[in-house]
Design a protein around this ligand. Structure first.
Ligand SMILES: *Cc1c(COP(=O)(O)O)cnc(C)c1O
Length: 395
């Protein structure tokens, strides 16, 4: 650290320098995040010092968090529960604002583990969960942190989890299943209703990772069942900082039953509240304000238009790609396209080097992964495909 402080001017010129190296989402086709909505950004600034880790001091921000949980609970058909202690909210759904999909997934599995190990079901060995092979890498962290064995079920030809494979991985030490509603690589939605049947039959938790899809699927023309309407679903992760157009870090974890949230509690002797069920301690109220504000500002109709726009880009990309001879691995379900191209790793490298396009690659099979977000435009797609054609012409 410098001994004497620098001037404001020096600081901001230093920051602007760093900022100039950021992308501003220009030619970015690889990100599930985008520019936050301006309403979200303003609300974020307004609540910049609010700490949701010490609720008693920030009752206003706390109400905004509750309102986000309530609105998302409503969107995802969560059951209402009695909250006798909350003064202004007689009924609520249970959940809280996390830092994103990773924390939500970790906490969902921690809840399963806490309830099982304190419950009747006596486990003889290491507890395990069964997840699709397409699951996000956050589940590797779960395995690492909690001493839970993570078993990966294979995918079918449409990149959905294979149900027979899920069943073959379940044994006496299985505590829960995970289904992905909008997987990160292919944008595919697992058969959540079928996973629910398996979960109910075997008395297992079923966590749905809708980090990306949660703000997409409900606004599609033909939404697939994935939320609390499906009876076996016990928890859902949904990220406002992706297609919810809120600021980073905004994730939400919702539970069907308060008992899971209860199982996450630790006591907090020196705060204004007696206990805490969150993973992080100090946490920002700015995200709550940003998410609450943008959800109320856009409403259902605003999000429907946002999804419609991204789906139009997706349809256009696939149609134009076909014209020049590139097929998608699967018909896109959401605004994620996996495009079959020769030599994808080299194509990715050259697209960036020669034309400044940021794209990514799926793991198996290797294909070009393109996410069509609100920051992308129809004109951009035409240019992208011309550039892709130039790059692949050499192979
Ligand atoms: C993005 C994503 C995550 C991780 O979310 P973070 O906000 O990056 O922690 C988890 N699961 C899925 C399906 C995702 O798309």
């Amino acid at each position: 650290m410098n001994v004497q402080g620098l001037s404001e001017r020096e600081i901001f010129s230093y920051l602007e320098n760093a900022k100039s190296e950021d992308t501003d989402y220009y030619r970015v086709l690889s990100s599930m995040c985008t520019h936050p909505h301006k309403i979200a950004a303003e609300a974020h600034r307004l609540f910049i010092e609010a700490n949701l880790g010490d609720l008693g001091l920030f009752a206003g921000a706390c109400k905004l968090e509750q309102e986000v949980v309530r609105m998302l609970g409503e969107l995802l058909h969560a059951p209402l529960i009695d909250v006798p202690s909350a003064d202004s909210y007689e009924y609520s759904v249970c959940g809280y604002l996390t830092t994103g999909g990773t924390e939500s997934n970790i906490q969902a599995v921690r809840g399963m583990k806490n309830l099982i190990t304190t419950g009747k079901k006596g486990l003889k060995g290491t507890p395990n969960i069964v997840i699709p092979e397409s699951a996000h890498f956050s589940f590797d962290k779960v395995a690492d942190m909690m001493g839970i064995q993570v078993r990966r079920a294979s995918l079918d030809s449409e990149f959905k989890v294979d149900l027979a494979s899920v069943e073959s991985h379940i044994d006496a030490n299985t505590i829960g299943l995970v289904g992905i509603a909008g997987n990160t690589e292919f944008g595919q939605v697992d058969p959540i209703d079928k996973l629910s049947e398996i979960a109910l039959e075997n008395e297992l938790f079923l966590h749905v990772d809708a980090a990306f899809g949660g703000f997409v699927i409900p606004f599609l023309e033909k939404p697939q069942p994935f939320d609390f309407k499906v009876p076996g679903v016990t928890s859902i992760a949904i990220d406002p900082h992706k297609m919810g157009l809120s600021t980073i870090p905004s994730g939400v974890l919702l539970f069907r039953s308060p008992s899971v949230l209860e199982s996450l509690k630790v006591s907090t002797p020196y705060l204004t509240t007696k206990s805490q069920f969150t993973l992080t301690g100090t946490r920002t109220g700015a995200s709550a304000a940003a998410t609450c504000a943008v959800m109320k500002y856009l409403g259902h109709e605003g999000y429907r238009k946002n999804v419609q726009y991204c789906m139009q880009l997706t349809t256009k990309l696939v149609a134009e790609a076909r014209k020049v001879g590139f097929e998608p691995l699967l018909e896109p379900v959401m605004n994620v396209v996996a495009l079959k191209v020769p030599n994808p790793d080299l194509v990715r490298e050259q697209l960036l080097e020669r034309f400044g396009w940021h794209v990514s690659i799926t793991r198996t099979p290797r294909a070009l992964r393109l996410v069509l977000m609100p920051h992308n435009t129809p004109e951009e797609i035409i240019i992208f495909l011309q550039d892709l054609k130039k790059v692949t012409a050499a192979f």
